[in-house]
Design a protein around this ligand. Structure first.
Ligand code: OAD
Length: 263
């Protein structure tokens, strides 16, 4: 398998990114794409990525230590407060050009499957019709004890509310470290990868499994692997094309190339 890299306009000094011509042709020909997004896609919407330094109040905390069932069991208020802060950030955030380009691509490629590790709901707000939420959705709660699901309709309360069914504490309905992915999301993702011709990995460090294993499954079936990321990840050397730069730059470029090629 070959690996090509392309640079964004900002790195090359030009104003736009240019998709390699052979890549544009292969993307246009392929019917079924799987796109896997990570927190880098929402970075320019103002939602910090997991591995970026926290700001302000939360600077001193490591998100990898807050997003665990053990942390919630130890200090539910601390974990709840962190998620309340993230919920407020997300409520203020707007979908960016990358989210919008993916919604446009879904119109151009009806067989595109969008899988996201993000819990912010920004893909849906940008108009993506069907999104597999691999790590859940921050806008819902579920009971820490009985897993009863509750929509978070009025914004977060100051304290973690009690479950009306069992009296346990409610927590955000997101997948924490050490917890399994829902079998529905996992099954739908692997089924999509089993028939994809293109796997596009965007804005993810490709470090967290099993999400990162989907790219490997795509490689095993010899799908075209394309990565969009300003930084190198463990996936970069395996990718057929590593597009270096931001999602906001490359995804609109890909969408406009597909629009041209398919019109
Ligand atoms: P990470 O925080 O691990 O990685 C963010 C990635 O986005 C990095 O590779 C950055 O280089 C890249 N990035 C930053 N800005 C970008 C931009 N403008 N455009 C494109 N890429 C950009 O986030 P994830 O890979 O999403 O899981 O993390 C995966 C999972 O780990 C998360 O879903 C979360 C976290 O712990 C759970 O909560 C279970």
């Amino acid at each position: 398998m070959s690996q090509d890299s392309a640079q964004s306009g900002s790195e090359t000094g030009s104003t736009a990114a240019a998709l390699p011509e052979d890549l544009a042709k292969r993307l246009a020909r392929a019917r079924h794409w799987v796109v896997m997004t990570g927190s880098g896609v929402s970075a320019e919407s103002g939602v910090p990525t997991f591995r970026d330094a926290q700001t302000g109040l939360w600077e001193q905390y490591d998100p990898l230590q807050l997003a665990t069932p053990e942390a919630f069991a130890r200090d539910p208020q601390l974990v709840w407060d962190w998620y309340r802060w993230r919920r407020e950030l997300i409520a203020r955030a707007q979908p960016n050009a990358a989210h919008r380009a993916l919604a446009e691509l879904a119109g151009l490629k009806p067989d595109l499957t969008l899988i996201t590790q993000n819990v912010d709901g920004l893909h849906q707000r940008a108009g993506s019709p069907e999104v597999i939420e691999f790590h859940g959705n921050i806008h819902r709660n579920k009971c820490f004890e009985c897993e009863h699901l509750v929509a978070e309709s009025r914004g977060s309360t100051r304290r973690p509310p009690a479950c009306l069914r069992c009296g346990g504490l409610l927590r955000p309905d997101v997948v924490w470290f050490g917890e399994p992915i829902s079998s529905a999301a996992l099954g739908a993702s692997y089924r999509a990868v089993a028939s994809c011709e293109v796997f596009l990995s965007v804005g993810t460090s490709a470090l967290v499994h099993p999400a990162a294993s989907l790219a490997q499954a795509a490689l095993d079936r010899q799908a075209l692997l394309v990565e969009v990321n300003p930084n190198t990840t463990p996936l970069s050397p395996l990718a057929d094309y590593a597009l270096e730069g931001s999602a906001e730059l490359w995804l609109p470029t890909i969408a406009s190339c597909m629009k041209q090629a398919l019109s």
